[in-house]
Design a protein. Sequence first.
Length: 86
Amino acid sequence: MATKKAAKKSAKKATKKAAKKSAKKTSTRKYSPAAGKSVEREMKAMKQGKLKSGRSGKKVTNPKQAIAIGLSEARKAGKKVPAKKK
C-alpha cells in the first residue's frame, strides 16, 4: 500500500511541474521582422554573387558571413537586434 501512495504523490508532482513549466514560458521576439528582411536581402545578394564584404570588397560566399552583414546593417538602421557577442 505504501508504494501506491508514493506513486500517486510522484504522479501529482509531475503533473504540477509540467503545468508550471508550460505556463511560465512566454517569450518575445529577439529579432524584428525588419531585421529578418535585411538578412534575407543579403542572402539573396550572396546567392546571386553580388554581395561584397567591407573594405576589401571581396565576394562573400559564406552564408554565415551574409547573415552577419545583414544583422550589422539592421543594427546600424536601428532595428531590434540583440547586441553582438563579445
